[in-house]
Design a binder for this molecule. Sequence first.
Ligand code: GLN
Length: 178
Amino acid sequence: MMRFFKETKTKGSVNLIRQKPDLDKVDALIIPGGESTTISRTLVRSGLFETIRNRISDDTLAIMGTCAGCVLLAKTITDTTKERVTSLEAMDIEVQRNAFGRQKESFEHTLNFHGFSNPYTAVFIRAPVITKVGRDCEVLAKFDKKIVAARQHRFLALSFHPELTTDLRVHEYFLEMI
Ligand code: GLN
């Protein structure tokens, strides 16, 4: 995102969110990849979980969740329990973690992303897939018939990692959602 502001000379800044008060300064949040169990635990312990949930219900925060972040936006996670991953439940989507199995844990593939005029190269790392979307969700991209990008209101769930390529179109798309 930092690269986006620099290269396009768009006004805006990037802040690291570590504690509750950090969130007061931002209009949008990116929940990155990593391990959804660990991120979820850290969010709950730091109190950020509750603060983010409040901002979601006040409708004052746009959120992009990439990979593990996508898992944390989901209302339903099919392969684990709520005790292991406490999700923000911001989007009416069902997600399955590590859905591409072991042999294909990490790979790169081109996708047709809704609204983009040419193909987008996506990097998948032990990626989840979105197995169901609710009526209010828009499917933005599929890979091998599986949903890998969806939007609901100001929330964007991505199975892949847009920060790992030089293509900034997904970041631009997200900023337009704010
Ligand atoms: N497999 C991880 C999880 O389920 C996500 C991996 C990633 O974020 N690259 O949380």
